[in-house]
Write a protein that binds this ligand. Structure first.
Ligand SMILES: C[S@@+](CC[C@H](N)C(=O)[O-])C[C@H]1O[C@@H](n2cnc3c(N)ncnc32)[C@H](O)[C@@H]1O
Length: 352
């Protein structure tokens, strides 16, 4: 049921409607909880206070009147702003993922509609550098970039500007964790704040996870997240996996390589850390896809890249899938492979 409320409003010709809406919004004079009305010629914009209308500095002809408006109790952001934003939520922070003409209006609509969101920000850079970080700018709400994110039953404290974190990998992390058997040693080569490592440790307490990251902030949060989630079977290791992989030679049953742009460069180190009898590698890579090209072509490219960088090792591809969109016409592909340290079974290099 929707409620009707009488309200003072501005009546303006349709061609000036958007200009006046933005001016009223900027002056905090627009009621965003009431549905804007239209007829063939005019738009009716509900006002918070008609007596201070000059604050909006309107340069077009308007008329003040009173009308009944429908309350937008269960309104959407589209209804409040006329825009359809895309954003991702990490903890209590919403990050706009596309450029918008009126990001501030969208930000206040998000705060209004999602009581659990306390900060709205927008992306200011791509994910960059060795630490894979991104700059963001806060546009509404509290002034902070640190938050607590819940995923797959675990809690992760993180700072969106100091570490990498992508909530869209939750399903993939759960899938990988579901494959781990008790007794396994898992090496998470690019662990970040621990969303693969801690989930595996929680789900399989009889496993041991070595979680490596080069970013000191990621390791600081990883240590805190280990405590927060009460796991005792994760060993955090700070440093460049290329420099310290020799400490873990012949150790792992399973290795996670979540560094999509560069994982292939680290395959020799990963293979060195697998047990002598070999093990499973979860390999992530970025591949492009031409318009109209089938997903299978993208996955074939990913498999070929993986096999090419194996050098003297051999592998059997167990599964390959598109994990998530990365850029227009580019995806992160995920490959699960059983890898043998030497060419195995009469020179077998299977690609299925
Ligand atoms: C794409 S993020 C993945 C983080 C985590 N696995 C996740 O799912 O959120 C890649 C991580 O690898 C780390 N990294 C990059 N190069 C590294 C290296 N040579 N040795 C260890 N860690 C590295 C970065 O600091 C970053 O945290």
């Amino acid at each position: 049921m929707s409620f009707i409320e009488p309200c003072p409003c501005v009546k303006v010709r349709k061609e000036h409607g958007e200009e006046v809406r933005l001016a009223l919004k900027a002056a905090n004079l627009l009621r965003t909880d009431l549905r804007i009305q239209h007829d063939d010629e005019f738009v009716y914009l509900p006002l918070t206070a008609e007596q201070v209308l000059e604050a909006a500095e309107l340069n077009v002809e308007i008329e003040l009147c009173n009308r009944e408006f429908e309350a937008l109790d269960k309104s959407s952001i589209v209804e409040l702003t006329g825009l359809k934003p895309s954003y991702e939520i990490v903890g209590d922070i919403a990050v706009l993922t596309t450029e918008l003409p009126d990001a501030e209006a969208v930000a206040s609509a998000i705060l209004k509609l999602h009581r659990n969101i306390k900060v709205v920000a927008r992306r200011k850079s791509h994910v960059e550098g060795v630490f894979r970080r991104r700059k963001i700018e806060i546009i509404a709400g509290e002034q902070r970039t640190e938050t607590m994110h819940k995923e797959n039953g675990c809690r992760y404290k993180l700072d969106l500007e100091r570490v990498y974190f992508n909530p869209r990998l939750a399903t993939e992390r759960a899938r990988v964790a579901s494959l781990v058997a008790p007794g396994e040693v898992v090496i998470d080569m690019f662990a970040g704040v621990g969303p693969f490592s801690i989930l595996i440790a929680r789900r399989v307490p009889e496993s041991r996870v070595i979680a490596i990251d080069i970013n000191p902030d990621a390791i600081r949060y990883l240590r805190e997240n280990i405590r927060l989630n009460g796991v005792t079977n994760v060993t955090p290791v700070e440093g460049d996996v290329r420099m310290l992989h020799s400490e873990f030679m012949d150790t792992a049953d399973r290795i996670i390589m979540n560094l999509p742009g560069n994982a292939h460069e680290y395959l020799p180190e990963a293979i060195g850390m697998l047990k002598p009898e070999g093990g499973t590698i979860h390999f992530y890579t970025v591949e492009s896809m031409n318009r109209g090209e089938a997903s299978s072509a993208l996955l074939d490219k990913a498999k070929q890249k993986f096999m090419m960088y194996l050098r003297d090792a051999s592998a059997e591809i167990l599964a390959a899938r598109k994990v998530k969109a990365y850029a227009p016409y580019a995806y992160i592909a995920g490959i699960d492979a059983k890898v043998y340290k030497q060419v195995h079974g009469g020179g077998r290099r299977n690609v299925r």
